[in-house]
Design a protein around this ligand. Structure first.
Ligand code: VG1
Ligand code: CO
Length: 544
């Protein structure tokens, strides 16, 4: 088979964001756009020549076309073996697991995660390293640099490859192994969790759950786990047939977009556990009857209860959270006497800590948590963790959460998102607040006194690399915080995220209304940012 060398010109906008390169499908469909980025990966990561790759995606629109191009380019660039999920499908956590299991040099994951899909939606591509995790910044910077100087790409001249059947295919000098996307992942989960205990819970006659796959990748995984292995009911599964456009919905498991299961747990109609995952299966939302488990609390509760779970019985060595994530897990870490690391937003910053064995559990406020079993966040893992915990403790979700607050105090926590902003104005707002930071400490805003204010910078404790400008922090006495940053995953305009947190150790305050507790801080944030004047907005688009 012939290798074609195609002349091309750089696109200037291929800098990966928080989690890979995300653009509108129509951007990726431009001639050479995808090809340029893929060639830049092969040019930057030279060990892929002669190496092994894992490839798969969340099944969104353009997944199939993209995978054909990537396979032909991998063959032309000297990759010797590729593991690919049947139909070109792999959830992000399953891809991470396969990279590790097969000692691959890396992986290419096709996903725009929680962003909408379809011909007018988003597409994305992300390179993961040999540890199974998102490539560190040094690598994404190198890929971006290659994309700016690219002048040619290489692609094998061949027919489309049939990826719908398991087995081996030879493509030029490269071997493709098509495998079941679900099986290996399910086996991994069986090692970590006590399936017999969860089976017992499911058959106790007292348990009724719903899992919402949001028309995305986790449907087949959920059916295999919850129904075939754990004996749950098929009608516990909602929206579990993956669609290329997620049925026109927004596959983001939060209170707004996953409202279907939120209302099922609010009504007291007998559903005592509900969960959802996102487009590529790495996020999770956990609900009990009348109780939404804030993702930051979820991480803290997992850390405090890890000894109940088979896979973590030997105890956890350390935990980490992204900077804007609430400090609930910090309280648990200090009670357990273990280290707690604060990293920038995005999973790539956890990789070194996990590889070095400094932490076993980590998470983000954005509905992401995971452990050292892989190097991505893992939606179904979190759901199984909670199910295993319910099976062991035989308490309601709400009681587990309230008990946790009584022991560690409650971090009231809300994130406000202002979406679809003019990029220049949003950047100006952040720059203005940044310039105010040195003058804030000592100032009083109502009952709140600023004790520190900075632009978060992180030095990786393992390799010493420094990452700057990761979000503005305004820290008040009594452990309250306001954090401000711009999203790095959007594809149109800018999204401003304002994270608000207060802490109450006194149990009498734990039942207070969350939004009422947070309101004074929201007002301070509005005052400091002048967002109404600058953005013409007074209320956020999304509150989570
Ligand atoms: C968001 C979240 C961040 C998460 C990232 C990827 O990034 O805030 O915590 O790691 O999405 O999640 P940003 O830059 O938009 O705030 V996913 O499920 O895309 O892989
Ligand atoms: Co995701």
């Amino acid at each position: 088979m012939k290798i074609n060398t195609v002349i091309t010109h750089p696109f200037k906008d291929q800098r990966p964001g928080t989690s890979g390169l995300r653009k509108l499908v129509t951007v990726f469909q431009q001639p050479n756009y995808l090809e340029n980025f893929v060639q830049s990966i092969f040019d930057a990561v030279t060990e892929l020549r002669g190496g092994t790759l894992v490839i798969g995606g969340d099944g969104r629109y353009y997944n199939r076309e993209a995978i054909q191009i990537i396979l032909r380019m991998a063959a032309a660039n000297g990759v010797s073996k590729v593991w690919v999920g049947r139909g070109g499908l792999l959830s992000t956590p399953a891809a991470s697991h396969l990279i590790r299991k097969h000692n691959a040099s890396g992986g290419i994951i096709l996903s725009a995660s929680h962003n909408p899909g379809g011909p007018h939606g988003d597409f994305g591509i992300k390179y993961n390293a040999a540890n199974g995790g998102p490539a560190p910044e040094a690598v994404t910077n190198a890929i971006y640099a290659k994309s700016l100087e690219i002048y040619r790409y290489q692609i094998l001249d061949t027919q489309n490859i049939n990826l719908d059947q398991d087995g081996q295919i030879v493509l030029g000098e490269m071997l493709i192994e098509v495998l079941d996307p679900v099986q290996d992942y399910v086996e991994l989960m069986e090692h970590i969790f006590d399936f017999d205990a969860i089976h017992g819970l499911f058959n106790s006659g007292m348990f009724n759950m719903r899992f919402d796959a949001m028309h995305a990748i986790t449907g087949p995984y959920a059916e295999e786990l919850f129904v075939n292995h754990l004996g749950g009911n098929l009608d516990w599964l909602l929206n579990c047939v993956p669609q290329t456009d997620f049925n026109g919905c927004h596959p983001d498991p939060n209170l707004i977009h996953a409202h279907e299961i939120v209302s099922l747990t609010a009504n007291g109609d007998g559903v005592n556990f509900a969960a959802a995952s996102d487009g590529d299966g790495d996020r999770n939302m956990i609900l009990g009857r009348g109780m939404f488990v804030n993702p930051s609390d979820s991480l803290a509760i997992m850390a405090a209860n890890a000894h109940h779970i088979k896979g973590y019985r030997d105890g956890i060595k350390g935990v980490a959270r992204s900077m804007p994530t609430s400090r609930a897990v910090d309280k648990v870490a200090s009670a357990l006497g273990i280290d707690c690391y604060e990293t920038p937003t995005g999973w790539k910053y956890f990789g070194n800590l996990l590889d070095a064995g400094r932490i076993n559990l980590c998470g983000e406020e954005s509905f992401g948590s995971s452990s050292d079993h892989i190097r991505e966040k893992d939606g179904l893992w979190a759901v199984l963790f909670w199910l295993n915990l319910l099976a062991v403790r035989r308490q309601s979700v709400a009681n587990i959460v309230r008990e946790h607050w009584r022991r560690f105090g409650r971090n009231f926590y809300v994130r406000h998102d202002y979406e679809g902003l003019d990029l220049n104005i949003a950047q100006e707002l952040v720059a203005t607040v940044r310039s105010m930071l040195p003058s804030l400490p000592g100032q009083n805003f109502g009952p709140y006194q600023v004790v520190a204010a900075d632009d978060f910078a992180y030095q990786d404790p393992v390799d010493g690399s420094v990452t700057e400008k990761q979000g503005l922090r305004i820290i008040f006495a009594d452990e309250a915080r306001i954090i401000l940053r711009l999203s790095g995953t959007g594809t149109v305009g800018a999204t401003l995220r304002i994270y608000l947190e207060t802490y109450a150790s006194d149990p009498k305050r734990h039942a207070q209304d969350l939004h009422a507790e947070i309101q004074p801080l929201a007002d301070i944030a509005r005052h400091i940012t002048q967002l109404q004047q600058l953005l013409g907005r007074s209320t956020p688009d999304i509150i989570t």
